[in-house]
Design a protein around this ligand. Sequence first.
Ligand SMILES: [Zn+2]
Length: 234
Amino acid sequence: MTNLPDLLRTLHRILKQKTDLESRMARGPKVVAANTALVKNCEDQLSAAKELSLKTRMAADEKQVQLKQREQRVERLKGQLDAAANNKEFQTLKEQIAADEQANSVLADEILELLEAYDTRGEEVKEAEAKLATAQRELAATQSRIDADRAMLEGELARVLEELAKTEADIPGDLLDTYRRQVKAKGENCLAEVDGNICGNCYQTLSPQVLNSLMLNRTVPCGGCGSFLYLAER
Ligand SMILES: [Zn+2]
């Protein structure tokens, strides 16, 4: 039978491995969730960019139709010049034509601006598409990496749990109940290695009496955190 410090040391090592494996297994789905959220975010950005691009295009088209109608109106007015009954009517038509042409030129500038904006929106759509593609690739890579890891981690955990059961079978009867309670509540922290004269779990300085008891291979809980203490291997 192994002596008590060796047993506690082995138990602590196995419990730490168990914690580590479990936390690595828990991390996988969180990483996938974060990557999935990123993809969703990129999809939202892409659809917003597409909508803005479409709105800009529609505004430009609308103004182009308007301009066409107004240009036709100017042509009609010009046609009426020859038929003007008198000089006053001719002058009024001339003024009307000048004002309309001025307004049309403003409208043409607005259309040009909208078309430029439409080009910019198009670039933004392309950027958003590229970002989405990258995020989707990353998600797929993460997913397959984590699937592969999980199979490996599950195997490791099964091995560690088996080793834990074997080691726990060696725990002396008078200690077993307390151990079961503590390990359930505190996990690997139910055990603490003594570093010099300090508890490795709560860093409290241990009294010489406690250290003496440990030298005699007795089971001593830390006065600070209650963890079972064991001496570091020499
Ligand atoms: Zn302690």
